[in-house]
Design a protein around this ligand. Structure first.
Ligand SMILES: [Zn+2]
Length: 129
């Protein structure tokens, strides 16, 4: 009786091991397929990013916005640094000024804004004379 019990347990163990081995094989297969798919997706995404940079004529993407030309600011004042509401806002990147290119910067809107304010102040002064 004891021997019979041992054999049965042995058979069960073997069958269980076979099932575990098959499950593991399937898992490995699934992981390989998933890995291949991820690799393909990554290549497609990489290609799309390169295409995006090409379309925007960007040789070296801006470190701040990765070439998008926009950036998320913590308030509604965005690049202007004026008082602003507490809403996360997307606006022109204040490092490349919208070009997305590290070496080809757009118009510095902060500087331009200051120049306009200075001119408005001078006009007002002249009008008061
Ligand atoms: Zn930028």
């Amino acid at each position: 009786m004891a021997e019979w019990g041992e054999i049965k347990r042995h058979e069960i163990t073997n069958k269980l091991l076979e099932r575990i081995a098959k499950s593991l094989e399937k898992l490995v297969e699934t992981m390989e397929i998933k890995g291949e798919l991820q690799e393909k997706i990554k290549k497609l995404e990489d290609g799309r990013y390169e295409q995006f940079l090409f379309w925007r004529n960007i040789s070296e993407p801006c470190e701040e916005c990765d070439g998008s030309g926009t950036k998320t600011y913590g308030s509604t004042s965005t690049w202007s640094k004026r008082p602003g509401g507490q809403i996360i806002t997307t606006d022109i990147c204040d490092k490349c000024w919208g070009t997305g290119d590290k070496f080809r910067k757009g118009t510095n809107l902060r500087k331009l804004n200051m120049q306009i304010k200075e001119l408005e102040k001078r006009i007002k002064e002249l009008e008061e004379k």
